[in-house]
Design a protein around this ligand. Structure first.
Ligand code: SAM
Length: 277
């Protein structure tokens, strides 16, 4: 679709994930210059703007009203106003609202322009020391244990480094489930409170990280990115898949038969499956 003649621009602006000094000069200029800012939580954004002495009109745009509001915001853009979109922290649309507005603006032919900056997932990837040439961002894990284990099972043979967002009250359980489903030996990292006072990046196997977090309440405080290295070589991948199939078959078959079949299907060594996993 062609751009409406005098349309404004929708700027998608990344904001700090902790340290307010991480707002880029271009982000600041943009937030000053636009007609209004669409913000996930206007009180939160007001604090950021006050820190920089910016007085701006804010429009509350969050997951509960985005679908209804998107068309009205697009109408303002089409009428010539330039607007900014921010979320509470980091890059909008990354586990944050904004997708519907951006899609609607683009569908209407409005230019959508990024003002790139912080995002917890990229910050975590950049310091975790895990393979970063290919990675898969999985957003938040399911809150319930059963669904979370199912998700880990689906991802256990993924060769790319996996990244998840996690909250303080679930990080210990998430690590316990990762140990149970993916295995205690898989290399992993936890990036906590990045750019903030208590920034901590822990590396180790899933088993080691779980033990560390379980033993130290301080390591369960704040905001987290959990990173899990992908399966390495072919033998690792076969073993992970073999364990997954074995866990399913054992619900219906004797262990020795389940292990024999899982080994035949996946090529994993039968002994490593039988009674193991
Ligand atoms: N849009 C944001 C971004 O670009 O990173 C993410 C928003 S999401 C609602 C919030 C989650 O991001 C937190 O629960 C946590 O998992 C992660 N996160 C945000 N800030 C973080 C920080 N400073 N350190 C570690 N993780 C962080």
């Amino acid at each position: 679709m062609s751009t409406p003649a005098a349309a404004g621009i929708l700027y998608v602006v990344a904001t700090p994930i902790g340290n307010l000094g991480d707002l880029s000069p271009r982000a600041l200029d943009t937030l000053r210059a636009v007609a209004a800012i669409c913000a996930e939580d206007t009180r939160h954004t007001r604090q950021l703007l006050s820190h920089y002495g910016v007085d701006q009109t804010l429009i509350a745009l969050h997951e509960h009203n985005e679908a209804g509001l998107a068309d009205r915001i697009v109408a303002r853009l089409c009428a010539g106003e330039s607007l900014a979109l921010v979320s509470d922290a980091g890059t909008p649309l990354v586990s944050d609202p904004g997708f519907r507005l951006v899609a609607a603006a683009r569908a209407a032919g409005v230019k959508v322009s990024p003002i790139p900056g912080p995002s917890a997932l990229i910050a975590a990837l950049s310091v975790a020391g895990l393979p970063s040439d290919r990675f898969a961002f999985e957003g938040f894990l399911p809150a319930k244990a059963g669904a979370r284990r199912e998700r880990f099972a689906e991802l256990a043979s993924e060769p790319r480094t996996l990244l998840f967002y996690e909250s303080s009250h679930r990080i210990e359980d998430a690590l316990a489930d990762a140990v149970a489903v993916i295995g205690a030996d898989r290399p992993a990292a936890i990036a906590r409170e990045l750019t903030k006072l208590f920034e901590t990046v822990l590396s180790g196997t899933l088993g080691e990280l779980h033990a560390r977090v379980a033993a130290d309440a301080d390591q369960r405080k704040g905001e987290f990115v959990l990173l899990i290295q992908g399966v390495g070589d072919d033998a690792d991948a076969k073993l992970v898949e073999g364990r997954r199939i074995y866990a399913k078959l054992i619900e219906h078959l004797p262990p020795s038969t389940a292990a024999k079949l899982a080994a035949e299907i996946t090529g994993a060594p039968r002994k490593a499956l039988y009674g193991g996993a």
